[in-house]
Design a protein around this ligand. Structure first.
Ligand SMILES: Nc1nc2c(ncn2[C@@H]2O[C@H](COP(=O)(O)OP(=O)(O)OP(=O)(O)O)[C@@H](O)[C@H]2O)c(=O)[nH]1
Ligand SMILES: [Mg+2]
Length: 410
């Protein structure tokens, strides 16, 4: 990842007036002394760039800039240099001291909005300058996302990172393959797709269609079968397939029907890697094995679909968890755009596959969970775990399988 060319990195620019703490913010975000910090306004004169890997986004370039309010001949040249960075920015942080939001900040936001660049208002020096709630309210009213931070002790920095991941433009976030990397050109995959009452009429669901497309793009081949036809399909082949991918709901049968030497996984696990960090989610799944009666679990869903009679998040997963733990687990369900701000007290978050949210948004949620010290997994991994086949279903992803196996079990 260190070799990622700059052109593929998310460029995050830090802008604002002199002395508001832009360079300190950069140092806090990178956890390094990248830029010189001093109490003298005008310390940063030329743009400072720092290339790094930033969890949860991936490869980024930070750009620290000179104050936009600099004066005098030299000062105007410096603020011009700052303006030249606008077009290179994929995500803008507009820094201002906690109780200040004036024309300079408004002009900066307008300049980025004109360029369709997402902006976050960062209210700095939280230890010294109380954040005026009126400032945050008026920002919210204008649709400007904000974060309050203190760069000297790191408060609010993780929440800002999560917000940055959520706001980062999708194209700028490195996207892993869906499955083409698991199958060589000319290779064969069998997709196992149950056609039950839950299947949409006359078509396949998006992850299945995307998987078929990905295999075709990779010059490989696929067979699509229902779970009952998996065994006969395997019997007809003169060579074993390179991979079997099944729906989570039939993973037990598919695992039983697929000889151990053939790699097997589920659509949900493919999507978990596509949308989030599979290793983190695999570690989170292992927590289910240690759940005890009385534990609290948050079941989080990205969309607000109308709950079905046997709803997976509200009925099935809670039932399996209680069976697994052998007693009552306290389960809160949440559906929608913003996760609860207070995640403390939960032993685990089980998230849906996130098909309606972007990868950046999902990574932001994963990071918020990590910042709160709460492990996270997703529906598909949880289902395979409760069926006792997650270790096998992670086989095509050795790092995730290792992460899953490495969790100490009480
Ligand atoms: N107490 C406190 N001081 C801070 C914080 N962040 C920055 N400062 C101080 O504010 C002053 C300016 O910080 P810088 O990071 O250099 O600010 P800047 O916006 O980069 O300034 P220029 O480069 O001059 O435009 C320094 O004295 C910092 O120590 C903070 O979170 N808390
Ligand atoms: Mg500076």
């Amino acid at each position: 990842m260190q070799d990622t060319p700059k052109g593929l990195r998310l460029h995050i620019g830090i802008y604002g007036r002199r002395n508001v703490g832009k360079s300190s913010l950069l140092n806090a975000l990178t956890r390094q002394t990248v830029s010189i910090v001093s109490a003298t306004p005008g310390t940063t004169t030329d743009p400072v760039e720092k290339t790094m890997e930033m969890a949860p986004i991936g490869p980024v370039v930070f750009i620290d800039t000179a104050g936009i309010d600099d004066t005098g001949d030299l000062g105007l040249m410096r603020s011009d240099r700052t303006r030249q960075m606008f077009d290179r920015t994929d995500l803008a942080l507009v820094a201002s001291e906690g109780d200040v939001w004036g024309d300079y900040e408004r002009d900066l936001v307008a300049a980025f909005r004109e360029r369709k660049i997402p902006v976050i208002a960062v209210l700095t020096k939280g230890d010294e300058t109380p954040v005026a709630q009126t400032v945050r309210q008026s920002l919210l009213a204008e649709g400007i996302e904000s974060a309050a931070v203190c760069s000297t002790d790191g408060r609010g920095i993780d929440a800002l990172r999560a917000l940055m991941a959520r706001m980062a433009p999708e194209h700028a976030i490195s996207q892993p393959a869906l499955l083409a990397d698991l199958v060589p050109a000319g290779g064969l995959v069998i997709f196992v797709v149950p056609i039950d009452l839950g299947a949409p009429k006359g078509r396949l669901i998006l992850p299945q269609v995307q998987a078929i497309r990905d295999i075709l793009d990779g010059d490989a081949m696929c067979m699509v079968v229902k779970e009952r036809e998996l065994r006969p399909a395997l019997d007809r082949l003169t060579q074993p397939p390179d991979l079997v991918v099944c729906d989570s709901q039939v993973v037990l049968k598919a695992a039983a029907d697929t000889p151990p030497g053939i790699p097997l996984t589920t659509f949900s696990i493919l999507m978990a890697r596509f949308k989030g960090e599979l290793e983190t989610l695999a570690r989170g799944a292992a927590v289910i094995e240690t759940l005890a009666p009385g534990d609290r679990v948050l079941v989080a869903e990205a969309c607000t679909h109308h709950p079905l009679a046997d709803d997976i998040g509200r009925v099935k997963i809670p039932r399996w968890l209680r069976q697994y733990a052998g007693g009552n687990i306290h389960i809160d369900t949440f559906a929608g755009k913003d996760m609860p701000a207070d995640l403390s007290g939960y032993r685990l978050i089980i998230h849906c596959g996130g098909c309606v949210i972007t990868r950046g948004h999902m990574l932001g949620r994963m990071h918020a969970a990590a910042a709160a010290g709460v492990p996270m997994t997703n529906y598909g991994l949880a289902i395979s775990l409760t069926q006792g086949v997650l270790h096998r279903a992670l086989g095509p992803f050795p790092a995730a399988q290792e992460a899953f196996d490495s969790i100490p079990r009480g």
